[in-house]
Design a protein around this ligand. Structure first.
Ligand code: NAP
Length: 294
């Protein structure tokens, strides 16, 4: 048998039809020594515990990257049970199954576990206190994941966008081309995250796990720099040279079913030090994504 065609380890990516899952799919060719199994909600619904159990019995999984989540932040306010089933119970179940099969779990969580009242970047160990149902369901998911499997890695990220799926960047691109003037919230601060950068970091963590530096626990990841949604929109406008005017508005002028944290800035010192990664600035990554989209 030709060794160059033998896969070393198998990586299961759940929820692979979403932004992050698609970015992992896009870079998987750069990792030829891994066999990737990309599953969607249709072929592996993580809330079907029986199916997940059978899947792990039939396939030898070494790493599981859980990109599956209930991410409809506003809808979650009226679909609490569904959000908790997918983001908490199903994540916890996946974690227990990974432990039983000695597979490394990399689970994705959110800045929405914090209430946004801080004025300095949130560290992993800072007080958690979600202010909406989605955040509460993701926090319960973190707890279940770690209680069931102390070897799991959880990455908290924020303001995710990609050339795949629906997100703020793609909405702005459309509106900036269609409208003469738009209103964008200017009193919420956060860190945009290009899902392609997060996907590359996840693969670095997978590779470290295969080496001597296996690490567990919670890590923050977002691009470097802090912006408001208004500043973020202005950077998109500048890139595409749109003539549309972008008016700054307060959160109170744009009421939504779910409350948003006012200050959602994550401190990424721990992930940079632990895994020896450098994190691109939000503007450089935004330009990469816009070059693909435009
Ligand atoms: N997007 C953000 O701004 C943001 C911010 C912070 C953290 N995060 C976290 O980052 C991770 C990745 O987010 P993303 O932006 O890639 O989300 P996404 O684009 O919404 O993708 C989530 C994927 O999960 C799938 N899914 C939903 N229920 C499922 C189930 N029961 N079983 C299997 N798959 C299921 C969805 O399929 P359908 O589309 O068919 O439902 C979708 O393909 C999530 O854990 C999310 O909570 C995201």
């Amino acid at each position: 048998m030709n060794d160059s065609f033998s896969f070393e380890k198998t990586i299961l990516v759940t929820g692979s039809g979403g932004q992050l899952g698609m970015e992992l799919w896009k870079l998987c060719d750069e990792y030829p020594s891994y066999k990737f199994l990309f599953t969607t909600r249709e072929d592996l619904p993580i809330d079907n515990f029986k199916l997940v159990k059978i899947f792990f019995e039939q396939q030898q999984i070494h790493h599981c990257i859980n990109c599956a989540a209930y991410t409809a932040v506003d809808k979650a306010e009226s679909e609490k049970e569904k959000a908790f089933l997918i983001n908490a119970d199903a994540a916890g179940n996946l974690s227990a199954i990974c432990k039983a099969h000695q597979a490394q779990l990399i689970h994705i969580s959110t800045d929405y576990v914090f209430d946004g009242t801080s004025s300095t970047p949130y560290k992993e160990e800072d007080r958690i206190s979600p202010i909406n149902v989605y955040g509460a369901s993701k926090l319960r998911g973190e707890e279940f994941v770690l209680n069931n499997n102390s070897s799991a890695v959880i990455i908290r990220t924020s303001w995710v966008y990609s050339s795949f799926g629906n997100n703020f960047v793609k909405t702005m691109l459309r509106l900036l081309k269609e409208k003469e003037s738009i209103n964008v919230v200017s009193d919420q601060y956060g860190c945009p995250t290009y899902a392609a950068d997060l996907a590359a970091t996840i693969m670095t963590i997978v590779e470290k796990e295969n080496g001597e530096h296996s690490q567990t626990g919670i890590f923050n990841y977002c691009n470097a720099g802090v912006v408001t949604w208004h500043e973020f929109a202005k950077a998109i406008k500048k890139f595409i040279k749109s003539k549309c005017s972008i008016n700054p508005i307060p959160t109170s002028a744009y009421p939504l079913p779910a409350k948003r944290p006012q200050y959602s800035v994550l401190d990424t010192t721990k992930i940079k030090k632990t895994f020896g990664i450098t994190i691109p600035n939000w503007k450089d990554s935004l330009h990469k994504c816009l070059s693909l989209l435009n």
